[in-house]
Design a binder for this molecule. Structure first.
Ligand SMILES: NC(=O)c1ccc[n+]([C@@H]2O[C@H](COP(=O)([O-])OP(=O)(O)OC[C@H]3O[C@@H](n4cnc5c(N)ncnc54)[C@H](OP(=O)(O)O)[C@@H]3O)[C@@H](O)[C@H]2O)c1
Length: 222
């Protein structure tokens, strides 16, 4: 059975990917949380600490595939975010993805997660748009540099789970209503829909260097 590591696999999109993939793969998870589920091997590590990652995985057998859903990025307008928050966000998503791709051994494919704001900026999305575009560029570069190993990126639209679980329910409901109205199908997404795209990217051996937008057409909505 092929082995997959889901970095960020305990919540939101990563959790849905873990649940979906464990039906056909041997799945392990990695995040900062200490976690003991006898069914799934979990590595408690901060993936922004590249020295620890290297040391920890030095003698570890390579994974067949790695999925990176881990991130922690503040949302705010160009002027509102402080320098330290901007640097932290780049570290917590773009550099984290870079470190994982470089420091955890993998043999067949890696799946990174960006977000549709790379292609459809909003009124307060400069940081997210830049980081997500960076992730998409990183994916293409890894695909070229590591060929014939494959690298692909899934770019979700607004998914009503995961990072939104930390937001006040009333504010979250307003954001979801607005996000719905910006799609072509008047819906926000759920984590399983992104997990299905992740599975496709893992299983389709002719796919590499690609970004798949799973956003309900939010790039084209009004
Ligand atoms: N939800 C959406 O609407 C949406 C839309 C577009 C794009 N995305 C992107 O999709 C991805 C997943 O989002 P989500 O909503 O599922 O978020 P989430 O529920 O907040 O999950 C992020 C996961 O990353 C882990 N993590 C954060 N920093 C880490 C670190 N330094 N080392 C290891 N693990 C770390 C967290 O676990 P620990 O706290 O245990 O470390 C958490 O499980 C993110 O890249 C997000 O930007 C989400």
């Amino acid at each position: 059975m092929e082995r997959i590591l889901v970095v960020g696999g305990l919540s939101g999109i990563g959790k849905a990917a873990t649940q979906n993939l464990k039906q056909s793969f041997l799945v392990e998870t990695l995040s900062r949380t200490e976690y003991a589920d006898p069914q799934i091997k979990h590595h408690s590590l901060d993936a922004t600490d590249s020295n620890k990652l290297k040391e920890y995985f030095k003698n570890y057998p390579s994974y067949d595939h790695i999925v990176v859903t881990a991130a922690e990025t503040p949302i705010g307008s160009l002027e509102s975010l402080k320098d330290e928050d901007i640097i932290k966000a780049i570290n917590q998503k773009l550099l984290l993805s870079y470190y994982v791709a470089r420091d955890i051994p993998w043999e067949k494919s890696i799946i990174l997660i960006s977000g549709f704001l790379s292609a459809r900026p909003g009124p307060a999305s400069a940081l997210q748009s830049a980081i997500n575009a960076g992730i998409e560029g990183l994916t293409r570069a890894i695909a070229v540099e590591k060929a014939p190993k494959r690298a692909n990126c899934i770019s979700p639209g607004t998914i009503d789970a995961g990072l939104w679980d930390k937001i006040n329910p009333n504010i979250r409901a307003t954001i979801m209503e607005k996000a719905k109205s910006r799609t072509l199908i008047n819906k926000v997404g759920n984590p399983l829909q992104i997990a299905q795209a992740i599975r496709f990217a893992i299983e389709c051996e002719f796919l590499t260097g690609e970004t798949i937008y799973v956003d309900g057409g939010a790039r084209f909505g009004c």
